[in-house]
Design a protein around this ligand. Structure first.
Ligand code: VGL
Ligand code: ZN
Length: 208
């Protein structure tokens, strides 16, 4: 697979809280780091996202009486999973994994910074209409194919890939440069959705 100057690598949430020992650890989350670093060498355009919540965020279970992590609540915009508090603005858990090569990135998009609304996708928040600004950036720079890697496959990677595809981009998820949380079959659901929407699933070796 040949990577062009119009392609972009979108690296989702490779942050301490999603790695082993973190507040919302994705199993083997840190294992994406060497793969992401290697692939990033091939891209002229690299965008990182950073989950970035205030500590009173609506998605945090401790901010709701009698709620446990991984239970759900109904909000104006639909069902919201309640998570352990994670990626609090300015905390060490919100920092990128220390081995992630951040210097290659030409844009960092922070998301989830509004108290009352979560943001899985790098393009739109969970109400599905509040933009993060990334879509405008991708269009204005006339980027074409979006390769997605990072954490977690079944939440932020999935929603980012779906929104990019629905916005008209070619999208490929680099499966072995992602890891999932897998709540109630959510990884299988993500794969079904990729197939339905025409999102390709590729391996990182195919890009080297
Ligand atoms: C994520 C749950 C909550 C993710 C972020 O990066 O997939 N998941 N916040
Ligand atoms: Zn989050």
């Amino acid at each position: 697979m040949k990577i062009s100057d119009r392609d972009v690598l979108l690296v989702i949430d490779v942050q301490n809280d999603f790695c082993t020992g973190g507040a919302l650890a994705v199993p083997d989350g840190e294992k994406v780091v060497p793969a992401v670093n290697r692939i990033a060498q091939k891209f002229a355009n690299v965008v990182l996202t950073q989950d970035w919540h205030p500590d009173d965020h609506v998605s945090f279970a401790p901010n709701h009486a009698r709620k446990q992590p991984f239970q759900t609540i109904e909000l104006d915009y639909g069902t919201q999973v309640l998570w352990p508090s994670h990626c609090v603005q300015g905390s060490s858990g919100a920092e990128f994994h220390r081995d992630l090569e951040v210097a290659r990135a030409n844009l960092v998009v922070r998301k989830g910074f509004r108290r009352g609304i979560d943001s899985y996708s790098a393009l739109f928040e969970n109400d599905r209409k509040t933009p993060t600004g990334l879509l405008g950036y991708l269009r204005e720079r006339e980027l074409k194919t979006i390769f997605v890697a990072g954490l977690a496959l079944d939440f932020c990677v999935r929603f980012s890939a779906e929104d990019a595809r629905k916005a008209g981009f070619e999208v490929a998820v680099i499966e072995d440069a992602c890891r999932g949380i897998d709540l109630d079959g959510s990884c299988a659901t993500a794969h079904r959705s990729f197939a339905e929407l025409g999102i390709s699933v590729v391996s990182f070796e195919a890009l080297l």
